[in-house]
Design a protein around this ligand. Structure first.
Ligand SMILES: Cc1cc2nc3c(=O)[nH]c(=O)nc-3n(C[C@H](O)[C@H](O)[C@H](O)COP(=O)(O)O)c2cc1C
Length: 327
């Protein structure tokens, strides 16, 4: 299934090298001013182009084909579509028999009995984060004045991003990274106990970003090595402000009036230039694999705006539920 959400629901369609890809957003508030141009800043932040990103050049031009009339959202499902123009399907034929290690070639062909569009990972490609970012723009309108901002903290364990990326590329390799996201202006009370917790919603969507391997809130995994006396966040004002924020703005799955802070670990790109070994599915023999084609050396470079989008979508869904509870 490729739909998520109860009150702000997204459905993603398309493939990396197919005709088009896009998103349908249901639950959009009517009357919001919107046009395709408004999506360009975020879409541009996700686009490839800089050092360490793929040589594939896509215009990523959004076409809003439903749910918009006279510059305002109508309340009907909002559909945004992007046409693929720079596909090179021939790069991927050989991965049917010799799947790339740590990529989707093997699992997708087994799960879909070989009927999957294997080109560039098909529907499981990182390109599917393009419609996610478009939905994020719509979600950001719903959560205002809450502001979501993400940034790349480190690559290869170092804040020297350029150096790490250049070194990996020079060695025909790839490198992972750490991305942090912060949402400010949240009221106390967003999120539900148990399954509808803020962490559950955000983690579900963050793990939809291909390449994300871990999510932590506030002090996160470091909390396991702390004492309660260090980790506890003293409340210092009636609106719930705390003097530290080890909780990352969420307690009991519910926002506590402080900044919501979470980080994701992004793995190094699976498609690397250096020689690897893989199973030839036809011969049953292990053999060397050299991957050509166009790939991101560091996926994390392109993740911040995608992380903002998923945070905004999760919060939009939960905030709409929160409003329903208000009497
Ligand atoms: C923006 C973006 C771009 C990506 N580009 C590539 C790429 O060029 N080559 C590659 O092997 N993986 C790339 N990925 C990651 C793969 O799509 C992902 O590793 C793969 O689908 C397997 O999923 P998993 O890593 O979540 O298990 C990209 C991911 C994102 C978010």
């Amino acid at each position: 299934m490729n739909s998520w959400g109860n009150n702000f629901k997204i459905s993603i369609f398309g493939e990396s090298h197919g005709e088009a890809l896009g998103v349908v957003v249901d639950g959009v508030r009517p009357g919001l001013p919107l046009d395709a141009e408004q999506m360009l800043p975020d879409l541009t932040r996700r686009r490839a182009g800089g050092q360490g990103t793929t040589a594939r050049r896509e215009p990523d031009t959004p076409q809003i084909v439903s749910g918009l009339f006279r510059g305002r959202t109508t309340g009907a499902p909002l559909a945004v579509m992007f046409r693929n123009v720079d596909a090179q399907a021939s790069d991927y034929e050989r991965f049917i028999d010799t799947p790339r290690p740590s990529h989707v070639d093997f699992v997708a062909s087994r799960k879909y009995h070989g009927y999957n569009d294997f080109r560039g990972g098909g529907h499981l490609s990182g390109r599917l984060t393009l419609p996610l970012v478009a939905a994020g723009v719509v979600a950001k309108l719903h959560i205002a004045p809450v502001v979501v901002r993400a940034r790349l903290l480190s690559v290869g364990g170092s804040p020297n991003v350029e150096q790490q990326v250049a070194q990996a590329q020079a060695q025909s390799d790839s490198v992972g990274g750490l991305v942090e996201c912060e949402a400010t202006g949240l009221p106390v009370g967003v999120g539900e106990p148990l399954f509808g917790s803020v962490e559950s919603a955000i983690a579900a969507l963050a793990f939809a970003i291909p390449g994300v391997r871990g999510v932590e809130f506030g002090a996160g995994f470091a909390a396991a090595a702390m004492r309660g006396s260090q980790h506890n966040d003293p409340i210092v004002s009636p609106d719930g402000r705390t003097s530290s924020n080890h909780a990352g703005g969420v307690v009991g799955g519910i926002t506590n009036g402080n900044a919501l802070i979470f980080r994701v670990a992004v793995k190094p790109t699976a498609s690397i230039g250096g020689e690897q070994r893989t199973l030839n599915m036809m011969t049953g023999q292990l053999e060397p694999l050299q991957i050509g084609g166009r790939h991101d050396a560091c996926i994390a470079l392109r993740v911040p705006v995608v992380l903002e989008a998923v945070a905004a979508i999760a919060l939009a869904d939960l905030m709409l539920a929160h409003r329903m509870h208000n009497v």
